[in-house]
Write a protein that binds this ligand. Sequence first.
Ligand code: PMT
Length: 240
Amino acid sequence: MVEPDEVVSMARMVLARTGDLAGQQVVVTAGGTREAIDPVRFVSNYSSGKMGFAIAEVARDRGAAVTLITTVNRPPLFGIEKIHVNSAQQMLEAVLTATREADVLVMAAAVADFRPEAIAEQKIKKQVDTEGLTLEMVRNPDILAEVAKQKSAGYGPRVTVGFAAETEDLMTNATNKLTRKKLDLIAANDVTATDAGFAVDTNRVTLIAAAGSVEELPLMSKVEVAEAIFDKVSQLNLKR
Ligand code: PMT
């Protein structure tokens, strides 16, 4: 017997055939990357993947063919191709491959900017005579910057959307990221509020477009935020 959730998803997909993203390929990332320290430990962050999963579902329900690249161990969403990755390096490779022919990329994942320089082959043991452990960290690639390079070489997504998770100077930092990462749209996300950002079902973002518009949205469910993002994406030129 098919699960009720699956029946609803199937119905949504059928209704989505005439949606504004019909015929579009959308790639979404979700969750925090996991940067290995040894075979049993990693460095990560509080991202649950809820924002990215909501974006993937909304894109599907508006008619897109969706690829979701994620670190999160949640069951696959009906009608959505799910690619599981752990580290930023793995996410980079999956994103570059998936976006070669894509129309839209939405990077909702919280990608670690740094990773341990070396991964210990065996579980690191505590030494009886040492008080602490120092991890040398090195820079991870910036996935959006690599996508921008791919775009200037003539392939890659036509519309690129990023998020800016900020704890201070929200608008300045988000606008700088919009420009530096050559995005079409960025969702400025104040992650200090308890009802927005990491691991909750609601979010509060300001959408800043490279074309100049700024739209401050109220507190919404993550599904509603995803709808607002694709309303903006649809206003950008989606035709090749
Ligand atoms: O997953 P949830 O629990 O639902 O939480 C949602 C969220 C808070 C994680 C999400 O709304 C969000 O803000 N995601 C972006 C988090 C982040 O990494 O922000 P950033 O400001 O560090 O990065 C800016 C942009 O560059 C992001 O789109 C990020 O995906 C991208 N990035 C970052 C680092 C890196 N090495 N490569 C990247 O492409």
